[in-house]
Design a protein around this ligand. Structure first.
Ligand SMILES: [Ca+2]
Ligand SMILES: [Ca+2]
Length: 384
């Protein structure tokens, strides 16, 4: 989960909320309400303490994701075979070096290379690891449940791995500071990423080989998690520029113009993702307006239209209603499948942990429900 947590800003409350929800025991693998919109979720990851932020390869024969093993404190990047007709748990293969913090894997359009961020070149890596291991051992001994925080590691840089043949990682960024949260454009010619190289995290675009870096956002606060729309014209991202501890979904044109907020209100809205064939944008949303209630992280979806005046959206539709956390949704490249990070395994007698789940979307039912939501008045505030 690519959450910015600079030491100079106290976003620990937000991050703690994310953790508490993520480890809350779920009641069932899926509820009747959400199964109007997708088939019962199938878990596809196992063998790692936690796994999440998964993406499909362009031909849908593989998935990539980040996971934590039982013997190393930081996320590493994994790929594994994927069968769209019968999703199931398959043994993963580690792609990252095995050391350092990593995040945000993304397949190149040719499916043969994998982009991700890694801090394995940290000159103090052994000390960084020792500190993390010592802390984990201490927490295990004392039973302390430490607040989750995203490590805004200044040694994080972008790398590309060749998935077809043994080759050294290609390093795309070398500027001091955090460089991560990366994805290629649909044509593979450009990449988006987040950097705090000037002291504030913003969204940047570069050629696919890392050259010709240009800054797209220039707002105080965190701007991150950017993805190009299927036609490459728009970028969806998340920002906390309005209020601390809150995140909002925004879109902007590929050149950084036309910035448009999609969500508002006292909540956490993050991980926006585009549907490949329908004008839909999905994200993770949770209502934080009532401090006495535990926010339920769920998946929300809107229909959008674009014209010469900008980006226009419908009312949002809530897709999941499971009491466990449902976060980081993505669609398969053919638009038929939903994959997301969830904790739904209590019924299997397992200790709940965040893992990747896949469901088949009921596209016509979602369309019908979107139409019904759009006809409702007044405008719903929940999930906004
Ligand atoms: Ca910023
Ligand atoms: Ca949920």
């Amino acid at each position: 989960m690519s959450i910015y947590h600079p030491a100079s800003r106290s976003s620990g409350g937000l991050i703690a909320c994310l953790l508490v929800v993520a480890i809350s025991p779920p009641a069932a693998p899926g509820s009747e309400g959400e199964q109007r919109f997708f088939s019962p979720p199938v878990r596809v990851t196992d063998g790692l303490t936690k796994a999440g932020e998964g993406y499909f390869s362009p031909d849908m024969t593989r998935i990539c994701y980040q996971g934590v093993s039982t013997d190393y404190p930081f996320y590493q990047i994994y790929i594994q075979p994927f069968d769209a007709a019968a999703p199931r748990i398959v043994e993963p293969t580690r792609v990252s070096t095995g050391r350092g913090r990593t995040t945000c894997a993304w397949f190149a359009p040719d499916g043969q290379r994998l982009l991700f961020a890694s801090s394995h070149l940290d000159p103090q890596l052994s000390e960084t690891e020792r500190t993390a291991i010592k802390q984990a051992e201490e927490d295990a001994r004392t039973g302390r449940r430490r607040r989750y925080q995203w490590d805004f590691d200044p040694h994080m840089d972008l790398f590309v791995a060749d998935l077809e043949r043994p080759a050294p990682l290609a390093q795309l960024t070398k500027t001091p500071g955090y460089d991560a949260e990366c994805s290629f454009s649909p044509d593979g010619k450009q990449l988006l990423f987040v950097s705090d190289r000037d002291g504030d995290p913003d969204i940047y675009v570069a050629e696919a080989d890392g050259r010709n870096v240009r800054q797209l956002t220039d707002q105080p606060g965190y701007d991150g998690g950017p993805f190009f729309s299927p036609n490459g014209d728009w970028i969806a991202y998340r920002t906390d520029r309005l209020a601390e501890h809150q995140l909002q979904i925004h879109v902007m044109r590929a050149d950084g113009s036309g910035d448009t907020p999609i969500t508002a209100g006292a909540g956490v809205h993050w991980a926006p993702y585009w549907h490949p064939t329908r004008p839909w944008l999905i994200w993770t949303g949770a209502d934080h307006s009532d401090p006495t209630k535990r926010p339920n992280y769920d998946l929300w979806l809107i229909r959008y239209e674009t014209d010469e005046n900008g980006f226009h959206t419908s009312e949002p539709l809530r897709l999941t209603d499971h009491p466990g956390a449902d976060v980081l949704p993505v669609f398969s490249p053919d638009g038929s499948l939903l994959m997301w990070t969830a904790s739904r395994d209590e019924e299997a007698g397992r200790r709940p942990s965040s893992q990747l789940y896949v469901s088949r979307l009921k596209l016509e039912a979602i369309d019908a429900a979107l139409a019904a939501v759009e006809s409702q008045q007044p405008r719903s505030e929940e999930g906004q």
